[in-house]
Design a protein around this ligand. Structure first.
Ligand code: GCV
Length: 644
């Protein structure tokens, strides 16, 4: 049994004998332990007496539970010494805990910053790289039970027989670890592969093509999970091309996988250049009327915020607004908008901030209640994370980026965990249980995302990054073909003020929120300052809570963000000799890069804002190192992770 090997690898000596079992094992059944609420994946770890001997029992209703229980025990003992009695028990709150790989068939990864794709499509299906097993082990250890292998900007080729065979080989490796394989599909595949004239979901020939394709996939992968679809978004084909709805498209695919118990994850990330509506409103406008129209094996996958994985966004207004549809949340683990793998930014606080947000729809309802299906009693529920995994030796581009993969898995299992508890556990499991190391690493991590918010654009500003690759500052960009690709579209700064008016006097995106939440966002006085300029266009002189003007406050945030990185460098320096030398060195170098780039963000942004508002910097504030023209002249044509 795989769980046995994991225990042998990881557990300290001196424990009582361990029994890995299921609820049905006769000696375990006799103990009458509470297995009812555990479902197929939950576990129970207990010290019990069996045949008169103290025994450490690890059990679930099936093998998956026992495997997760083994990992839970390993995790527990990494942070807590063994006591004579032990009782751990947990079942996942979310059913589908899925990584989304934006991996292309040529080995590149869209928004990937950890090297080439782990999947070597060229040598698959014959060569099964041992790293595929390690990948599965790592995922199983944090409860992830599904993986979408290819980019949502999908090529039809991944549905051809050779690529199905390659996916099947990966599925064979992952299966023992409780991980199902899914594929992103290109909606126009019936035209490209099937020679049909249309991909209209209402055309019987199209539906028949997908059904035959699903049957073919299930012959190769009997437990195939299903399809993920990006349709009518950023140039991808979809049902809207034929005047059909997103529900028509999703349901047609859902019918194809239904006989095999497959599911469809249909993304709500849609916006169109032909639509002058505030981009933040378009997904809601398109999807809300479709509530109740989706087949029962469809989940609508909604990004955590209404724009696109910014360092901070208010939660997406669709959460709570489609009670008759299971909504999956999509987080981005890879740091497309947080300056890539080099910057240390622990995303636990970003994830929990969204999961804990009150939807305003029902009393006390949170985004997590919607996502885990509790709010409406949905059978299906899911959380997706855009993976930050590649072929780099450290898997994620840096040791600290592994924490984001870890946090995603832990929160998908239990969205109520605190970001800090997860950070502490990760620090101990990664660096060992030295108190100073764990405290210091946790302290660095906990404020690190806020620091990125501060030095890239605080107070609810968003999408100020440079064009295309999204690396570094570009708040001045105003010349891109689509209005909503330009940073100026988002910040709307002029001599008088800054911010996007999303109240009734502006785009009224606030109207897509419900009850007390909508009321709070409707007025600057009741909007949290962290989201102020997301919802309001305000004068530079507006007084903030601390008495400073908005301009002074914004400048203060830039300086605070840069200072935080400086402190992280000192904190990390204090751990020299206490963590692995190679990891220490790489992290120290990355922190130095981060400090330089945080300064660059600050200086470039201040130079630009001053060119717009014509205001001096507050007294004592250091001026930008270069003039605005210098910052505008910076170009990075080979920045990693670009779409192609
Ligand atoms: C996979 C953003 C990214 C794109 C990504 C898209 C999406 O726009 O920049 O690279 O495409 O989101 O989530 O579909």
């Amino acid at each position: 049994m795989l769980a046995q090997t994991e225990l042998e690898r990881a557990l300290p000596a001196g424990l009582p004998p361990i029994l890995l079992a299921t609820a049905a094992t006769p000696s375990v059944a006799a103990l009458r332990l509470p297995f009812e609420g555990l479902g197929p994946e939950g576990y129970l770890v207990r010290t019990v007496t069996l045949n008169g001997r103290p025994t450490l029992l690890i059990a679930g209703n099936g093998d998956k539970g026992a495997l997760y229980g083994a990992f839970a025990l390993i995790r527990h003992l990494a942070t807590t010494p063994f006591a004579d009695t032990l009782s751990l028990s947990s079942a996942p709150r979310v059913k589908l805990r899925v990584l989304n790989h934006w991996d292309n068939l040529d080995g590149s990864i869209e928004r990937g910053y950890a090297g080439q794709s782990l999947w070597d499509w060229w040598t698959l299906p014959d060569f099964r790289d041992p790293r595929y097993t390690d990948y599965a082990r790592a995922n199983a250890s944090i409860g992830i039970n599904g993986t979408v292998l290819n980019n949502v900007n999908a090529k039809a080729d991944s549905l051809t027989a050779p690529y199905i065979a390659k996916a099947a080989a990966l599925a064979d490796v992952f299966r023992p670890w409780g991980i199902k394989v899914y594929l992103s599909v290109r909606f126009s595949a019936p035209i490209e592969l099937g020679g049909l004239k249309t991909a209209d979901p209402r055309d019987p020939a199209v539906a028949a093509w997908w059904k035959a394709k699903a049957d073919e996939i299930y012959r190769a992968i009997p437990d195939f999970g299903g399809f993920l679809v990006k349709a009518n978004s950023e140039g991808q084909p979809g049902p809207r091309d034929y005047g059909a709805s997103h529900a028509d498209g999703a349901n047609m695919l859902a019918a194809a996988v239904k006989p095999h118990d497959g599911i469809v994850m249909w993304r709500a990330f849609v916006y169109a250049e032909t639509d002058p509506e505030d981009r933040a409103k378009q997904a809601y406008t398109e999807f809300k009327p479709l509530d109740g129209k989706f087949a029962d094996n469809v989940l609508v996958q909604v990004k955590n915020g209404a724009i696109d994985f910014q360092p901070r966004e208010p939660f997406h207004p669709l959460f709570g607004a489609m009670p008759r549809t299971p909504l999956m949340i999509e987080f981005q683990i890879t740091k497309e908008y947080l300056d890539f793998a080099t910057h240390l930014a622990y995303l636990g606080p970003l994830f929990t901030e969204v999961l804990d947000a009150k939807t305003g729809q029902k009393r006390g309802e949170t985004v997590a209640d919607v996502v885990d299906g509790q709010a409406e009693g949905h059978k299906l529920s899911g959380m997706a994370g855009v993976a930050n995994i590649g072929r780099d030796r450290d898997w994620s581009g840096s040791t600290f980026n592994q924490a984001n993969w870890y946090a995603f898995g832990r929160l998908a299992w239990d969205p109520d965990l605190s970001a800090e508890a997860i950070a502490r556990a990760w620090a101990a499991e990664t660096f060992g249980n030295d108190r100073q190391v764990v405290d210091t690493v946790t302290a660095m991590m906990m404020g690190s995302r806020e620091a990125v918010v501060d030095y890239t654009g605080a107070l609810g500003l968003a999408h100020l990054m440079a064009t295309g690759h999204h690396y570094g500052p570009g708040p001045w960009v105003a010349d891109l073909a689509r209005p909503e690709w330009n940073p100026v579209y988002y910040h709307r700064a002029d001599a008088a003020g800054i911010g996007f008016d999303r109240t009734t006097s502006g785009s009224n995106a606030v109207g897509q929120y419900a009850g007390p939440v909508a009321r709070a966002f409707a007025k600057p006085e009741t909007t949290p300052e962290s989201m102020l300029l997301w919802f309001h266009h305000l004068p530079w002189d507006r007084r903030m809570a601390d008495g400073r003007t908005l301009w002074e406050d914004l400048v203060g945030h830039y300086d605070r963000g840069v200072a935080y990185v400086g402190r992280m460098r000192q904190q990390w320096d204090s751990l020299k000799g206490k963590v692995d030398a190679e990891i220490w060195q790489k992290t120290a170098t990355y922190l130095a890069i981060q400090e330089r780039e945080a300064r660059w963000w600050r200086d470039a942004s201040l130079a630009y804002w001053m060119s717009v508002n014509h205001r001096p910097l507050p007294a004592g504030v250091r001026p930008p190192e270069h003039d605005l023209a210098w910052y505008k002249a910076q170009h990075f044509p080979y920045a990693p992770g670009q779409a192609h």
